[in-house]
Structures are given as C-alpha cells and as structure tokens.
Design a protein around this ligand. Structure first.
Ligand code: PLP
Length: 386
C-alpha cells in the first residue's frame, strides 16, 4: 500500500521500473544550428537523429524569412485564428500547402499532433468506426481514442486483414474512417495507399493519411506518398507537419474545400488554440518555395539514402521506402550500447525502444545535406562494431 500521506509515492516506484527496463528517457541539449553535423557537449557529431531531411531548419533562407516576418508581425499571433490570431501569411501558407499537396485547400494547425487530434475528432464520433494500422503514430492513436469512435486495429499494412475487418464490421456503423501513417515513423516503410484507397471506395469510408515523414521527401514534386502512389485527386485527407522536411513548426490538413471548411468550424484543436507564430509560418512558406524550385535537394537526399542502403544490406536493416533506415537489435540494452559506442566515434543516432516500438532498434534518418564523407564514416563504424 502507498503511504496514505503521499499520493505521489507511486511515481517514484513507476520511475524505478522504467529505469530497470532500460526505458528511461532524458533530453540532450544541442549547442549548434541544426544540420548534418551538430555539437553536443563540445563534440561535433554527424547527425542521423533529425527529421530535417532536406537540411532546411538551419538554412539561411528560412532564418531570414522567419526574422523578417517576426520584425513585421511580432513574435506571437496573440490569439485563435478565428479571433485575433489570423494574418494573411497564414492563408498564403495554406495556399502553398494545398498547391504542394495538389488539394483544393489546406488548414494550418499549431502542430501535426494537434492536426491529427482535431481532424479525427471532428470527423467521427461514437456511432462511427475507425480502422487503424497497428503501427500508427501516437497522434493518430490518441486522436482515435479522443473521438470516442469504435477503434479496430488491423495488422500492419495488411490489406487482406483490413478487408476482412471492413467486411465484418463496416455495416454496423454510420461513418467509417481508415487512418494510417503514409511513411511509418519508426520503421520507414510506406503504407499500401492505393489498396487502402480502393477498399475505402468499396466500403464507403473516409481515408486519413499522415504524411509527416513523406511531405517534401516522397513524390516527383515532394508532394508526399499521395503523389508518389499517384493517388492525387482521390478523396483523401492528408495530414502532415511543418516540422520535418519543412524545417519549421506546425501542422496541416490538406483536402477538399468541403473538408477544410468543415474543420475550420469543428476542429477544437484549431478553434481553441493560438494561431501559428509569424516566424514559424514564414519559415514553412519559404521551405515550400525551396521544395518547389529546387528538386536537386530531394535528388541529393535520395542519392544519399540509396548509398547508405546499398552499403548496409549485410546487416539487419528493415525494408524501407523512405529516408528512415532502421537497424534491428536484440534488446534495449544492445541498442543503447551501440548508440553510445557510435557516439564516441562521432555519430549521433537514437536508440528507439519499447514502449515506443515493439522491438529495439537504431533509427537512422538520412539528410540531403549529409556528405559522402559523413555517410562513409557511418558505414565504416557499423562494419567495425557489428
Ligand atoms: C512527427 C509526427 C507527427 C507530429 O507532428 P508534430 O508537428 O511534430 O506535432 C504526427 N505524425 C507522425 C507520423 C509523425 O511522425
């Protein structure tokens, strides 16, 4: 029994358990601009831990845009978009996102997490069904829970299982929403979007795909997996973030005029939260301009991904469709030890452990701005320690 005088006693016990399982987490301060190399504790490290796939978060053009917008519009937007928080800059960004995603319209949220919570809760409720990939991101899972819809998970990217579950359950519910990461954030593989989309049509379902790791990376023009799979023009709702390849902060929903108009009226995480800051908004807008005008950057990213993949085939690397490459390891301790060893060799890579994922791994994010020398150092180090 916990001491009757201390209602927080259980937290200490819980933290001890976390320590014992090697699940304890802590933060590490980076003391340089974000980029292909970073400084931690005075040591320069090659950075394989960042979602900044195109190296834009430290790009002088984004910094300049953010500073100019901050000078002109201030540091904060001061209120909800519906009250005092709206600037023409927000609308410019939404139009640019809609153009990049080839949708009719888009809506900018304060983060990708909030975009998922707000959109899912607006679209479905207790009379409805959500079919969700078991490996979905936390924001999709929590959005589903918050919506009070009935949630059924299907096996990871298993179209046959999704079909069976639709067959068995769809008719018992009013609306149905299928939700999936487009690139799975902790594995790097792509969802079978064309098949999901086709099942959705058959069973009269809405589809929401989370393009957080795909936007700016996947597809001929950086439009994401929707573009990559040629699913533009289908009635999909695409969610994403401004904080990964776009190098800023914030999230978005892209879809039909109808859906976006509805969300402006019904998404609580958009209505009851402060509009994106002018600096973040301007940086994301600048990033989209660069993505539009500089396909070379994306080409460089894919050249780097291909090079690393080709040189790691002898190791237990997961099948990947993206710039996320995972090296599977036996357990959390092994993952932590290897991450520590690599760090002493100047390589920064996170160990991803349960409960975030079912099995421990090192998760390498390749960047467009990694040089051949950076990548070669990684390969040499892995060959030495594995
Ligand atoms: C990072 C991520 C999010 C959250 O985006 P933020 O803008 O960082 O809140 C949502 N979904 C997926 C799949 C992600 O990887």
């Amino acid at each position: 029994m916990p001491s009757p005088s201390n209602p927080y006693q259980w937290i200490e016990t819980s933290l001890k358990t976390i320590h014992k399982a090697n699940w304890y987490r802590f933060v590490t301060p980076i003391t340089s601009l974000p980029g292909a190399t970073i400084k931690i504790n005075g040591q320069t490290l090659i950075n394989f831990a960042s979602n900044d796939y195109l190296g834009l978060a430290g790009d002088p053009r984004l910094i300049k845009a953010a500073m100019a917008a901050t000078k002109e519009w201030g540091t904060g937007s001061t209120g909800s978009r519906l009250l005092s928080g709206h600037r023409e800059l927000h609308r410019d960004l939404e139009k640019a996102i809609a153009s990049l995603k080839q949708t009719e319209d888009a809506l900018v949220f304060s983060s990708g997490y909030l975009a998922n919570l707000g959109t899912i809760t607006a679209l479905v409720s207790n009379k409805d069904l959500i079919l969700a990939d078991q490996y979905n991101h936390s924001s999709l899972k929590n959005g589903a829970k918050l919506s009070k819809a009935n949630i059924i998970e299907y096996e990871h990217s298993n179209v046959e299982d999704l079909y069976q579950k639709l067959q068995e359950h769809r008719q018992k519910y009013r609306r149905c929403l299928i939700i999936s990461d487009s690139i799975f954030s902790m594995d790097g593989d792509a969802c079978p979007l064309p098949q999901i989309s086709s099942l959705a049509k058959t069973f009269n379902c809405m589809v929401l795909v989370d393009e957080a790791h795909a936007t700016g990376v996947m597809g001929e023009n950086g439009g994401g997996c929707v573009e990559y799979f040629g699913c533009n023009g289908e009635e999909l709702i695409a969610i994403g973030t401004l904080s990964k390849a776009l190098g800023s902060l914030g999230g978005y929903v892209a879809g039909s005029t109808l859906v976006i108009d509805f969300l402006r009226n019904r998404a609580p995480t958009w209505i009851y939260t402060t509009g994106l800051s002018p600096g973040d908004t301007a940086a994301a807008l600048e990033a989209i301009k660069i993505i539009d005008n500089d396909p070379h950057l994306r080409q460089q990213l894919w050249n780097n991904v291909t090079f690393v993949k080709e040189n790691l085939t002898k190791f237990n690397v997961f099948d990947s469709d993206s710039a996320i490459l995972c090296l599977g390891l036996e357990n959390a301790q092994q993952a932590l030890t290897l991450a520590d060893t690599l760090r002493t060799k100047g390589i920064f890579v996170p160990a991803i452990r349960p409960p975030t994922v079912p099995t421990s791994r090192l998760r390498f994010s390749v960047m467009a701005t990694h040089t051949q020398d950076h990548l070669q150092k990684l390969i040499t180090a892995l060959e030495q320690y594995l």
